[in-house]
Design a protein around this ligand. Structure first.
Ligand code: ADP
Ligand code: MG
Length: 254
């Protein structure tokens, strides 16, 4: 088992006016791990994801990814470096089909070179076919091969979540951030997502799961960080977390 940290947050804070959404957060995510980030509503979980993915900037502290300081890097550069995410509320283009949606993720990393693709029509067509095949494979991975040509607007909630995951995976990430991916899913879909996360991690992908609900997290994470009012109140194995008086108090006090 490797123990190298893929992601490291040191003293990360984010203020919104007078509100401190994330306060001096230290967090280390081991390469290849399934890491949970939990806490009551408003604890700062989604903000922490925004800070890692570059959607918003830190007010203080540093973010290191894959051995590099990405604190000042824009979101696009972080995608190229291997960070991808899904959102608490899926952000999809309704008019696109599931396949087209996943293809947009593929385009963000087709590293064969911008110039090469515009200079060669043949190359462009070949790229497009390869991207289409890859998007199909990703849809199959999330169990949606039959929905390839369905507009996103016609998909129900669970499949929309899965399309969003497939699009994130299409960027060829090293780190996948899933924000409340299990909320609103039925038990069968929840189990499917849990199995998918395990499969991806077994294949070497590092996954951070944000959840409001502890149960989903405790079953699949090796390590869990707990936030409350922006502050880290616990960090440990699931067994340590459930026995931690500060964690119990935070959840009971909700
Ligand atoms: P969680 O995901 O744990 O429920 P969030 O990270 O969404 O929590 O929010 C943490 C706190 O930061 C909340 O009090 C929320 O209202 C506030 N917050 C988040 N984003 C913004 C923003 N863009 N502007 C102002 N306040 C924000
Ligand atoms: Mg949130």
């Amino acid at each position: 088992m490797t123990t190298a940290p893929l992601l490291r947050l040191d003293g990360v804070s984010r203020r919104f006016g007078g509100l401190v959404a994330v306060r001096e957060l230290d967090m280390t995510v081991t390469a290849g791990a399934i890491h949970g980030l939990i806490g009551p509503n408003g604890a700062g979980k989604s903000t922490a994801f925004d800070l890692v993915s570059g959607l918003t900037r830190v007010s203080a502290g540093t973010v290191h990814f894959d051995g590099r300081d990405v604190t000042a890097a824009p979101a696009e550069r972080r995608v190229a470096a291997g960070i991808c995410r899904t959102f608490q509320t899926p952000r999809l283009f309704e008019a696109m089909t599931a396949l087209e949606t996943v293809m947009t993720g593929c385009h963000r990393t087709s590293r064969c070179g911008f110039l090469a693709s515009i200079l060669s029509v043949r190359g462009k067509a070949a790229d497009e076919a390869a991207i289409r095949r890859r998007a199909h494979d990703l849809l199959a991975l999330v169990g949606l091969e039959r929905a390839a040509d369905t507009p996103v607007s016609q998909l129900s909630y669970g499949p929309r979540r899965l399309v969003e995951i497939a699009r994130a995976l299409a960027t060829g990430p090293k780190l996948l951030l899933l924000d409340e991916v299990a909320s609103g899913l039925n038990p069968v879909e929840t189990q499917f997502v849990a199995d998918l996360v395990r499969t991806l991690a077994a294949d070497g992908l590092t996954v951070v799961l944000v959840e409001h609900d502890m149960r989903f997290i405790l079953g699949i994470c090796e390590r869990v960080t707990v936030l409350n009012f922006g502050t880290r109140i616990a960090d440990g194995t699931p067994a340590e977390i459930v026995a931690d008086p500060a964690v119990i108090a935070a959840y009971l006090g909700e």
